[in-house]
Design a protein. Structure first.
Length: 465
């Protein structure tokens, strides 16, 4: 017998042990500290062990409780970053996806996997008001943004025999996600050719400033490659005026990419907030945020399959399809950067079938309402101040620190954030808005209740003591 083989009975015991451990953990989530009470030294001492030469059999699982203890809990009071809560139904699908081990490259490699993913993509596009868009699932918003801009460069940049004309420029707001400067650098456009357009007091891109900068660059002989609009900025959840920006981009022949990794899926519950979303050439989404799926699961939607193929269809002979059937000859690698791809769609497919879209719509609406509830609680507390309008579910605020300089106030709020996290009852992250250090709560969690929201302000004030 191959030393790596296990019997079906051994697999059942392993799966039962892991699933029971996971279920017990979920049962105790309310009483589990949001952030682990540990140190770097402790985590190293627990897990930095010699590579085992000989197998431990089922004893290898004995340390799994330590993995849970030293991990950040998917708690209803986790409000850090923009991270969904991990639907357990999706988690069960991930186990089956790993057992199947499909390489979702082309229909012939995984007929069910490819068909399910193409179905999921069409569902997501329709759900946000972009029916007819194509796309595929990615590891997250960052690779989706990279691939969207790669399509823009190939479709819109002034190309010559040596490649892209480096006079090409990309436009985005000064609140754009950090993946956009990275993408511009990785694509060879150069960060010096990224124009950061100022935002207004709602942290939305100012269309007039965009138009003025594009006119200036055009007069200087530069080519507009793309405009990146945000459908939910990472700091405040602000949504750029998408329809106006789309009109400006069109006037200058620029590709419109919408970074909707944080916010665009909220269109499922609040379509009116995203006027003009359907005008994009490409859109990034993250189902592992507002569809609450286990990591990792991003998505890129795009209007034109031809543009995707122009950017990514550079395949070897060994990948050539032997079928002329339009379904059986389909290959994701002809429209994507990736070749080897995990069966990410199975968890979304099972989760949507199990719960139904209405359940997700209601949960997203609840998150949006919870953000407003928290903002109102902050505004009622004279010692705290709200630092930005709450458009989606990100709430930025700080302790006022009357009589302090801005530098002292920033330092005080930094220490306050550390204290809140250390207490372990709620987990907040931070944002910097116009030089002001803020505490930030972002609510994308199907487990969060009114009571969980109502404990935030008391916890912050208690951490001051």
């Amino acid at each position: 017998m191959n030393p790596l083989e296990i019997s079906s009975e051994q697999f059942r015991r392993l799966a039962d042990r892991v699933s029971n451990l996971a279920a017990d953990y979920l049962d105790k989530l309310d009483e589990t500290p949001v952030a682990p009470r540990t140190t770097g030294e402790e985590s190293e001492s627990v897990f930095r062990q010699p590579l085992p030469e000989h197998g431990m059999s089922e004893a290898a699982l004995d340390q799994l409780p330590e993995v849970l203890r030293l991990s950040r809990a998917p708690s209803p009071r986790f409000y850090g970053y923009v991270l969904g809560s991990g639907d357990p139904v999706g988690a069960t699908a991930d186990l089956l996806a790993s057992v199947l081990n499909q390489n979702v490259t082309a229909w012939r490699s995984g007929p069910a996997a490819v068909t399910i993913e193409r179905t999921i993509v069409s569902w997501l596009a329709e759900a946000i008001g972009c029916a007819g868009f194509r796309g595929y699932l990615t590891g997250g918003g960052s690779p989706a943004n990279l691939m969207g801009l790669a399509m823009a460069r190939e479709a819109k940049a002034a190309a010559n025999e040596k490649g892209v004309d480096l006079r090409g420029v990309v436009y985005a707001s000064d609140e754009v996600h950090m993946s956009i400067p990275k993408s511009v650098a990785l694509l060879g456009i150069g960060r010096e050719n990224l124009r950061l357009i100022p935002t207004d007091d709602r942290y939305q891109m100012i269309p007039e400033a965009l138009a003025a900068r594009m006119a200036e660059d055009q007069a200087a002989g530069k080519t507009a490659i793309a405009v990146v609009a945000s459908a939910g900025t990472v700091n405040t959840g602000s949504i750029d005026p998408l329809r106006q920006i789309a009109g400006i981009a069109r006037n200058y022949g620029a590709w419109l990419h919408i970074d909707g990794a944080y916010g665009a899926l909220a269109a499922i519950a609040a379509r009116d907030k995203f006027d003009g979303l359907e005008l994009a050439d490409s859109i990034s989404l993250d189902p592992h945020k507002w569809l609450y799926q286990p990591l990792d699961c991003g998505c890129l939607l795009y209007r034109s399959a031809e543009a995707a193929q122009k950017a990514f269809s550079h395949s070897g002979e060994y990948t050539r399809s032997l079928s002329a059937d339009p379904i059986e000859s389909f290959a994701f690698f002809e429209e994507s950067l990736e070749l080897s791809r995990r069966f990410r769609a199975l968890k979304i497919w099972l989760s949507l079938r199990y719960h139904g879209m209405a359940a997700f719509r209601a949960s997203i609406a609840k998150d949006l309402a919870h953000a407003q509830r928290l903002a109102e609680a902050i505004q009622r507390e004279p010692r705290l101040e709200l630092m930005a309008p709450v458009r989606l579910s990100a709430v930025c605020f700080r302790y006022r620190g009357e009589g302090l300089s801005e530098e002292q106030r920033n330092a005080l709020n930094l220490e306050l954030l550390k204290s809140v996290v250390k207490r372990g009852r709620v987990y907040l992250s931070n944002a910097s808005l116009r030089g002001a250090f803020c505490l930030r709560a972002c609510i994308v969690n199907h487990r969060t209740t009114d009571a969980d929201i109502d404990c935030v302000v008391p916890e912050v004030l208690a951490a001051l003591a």
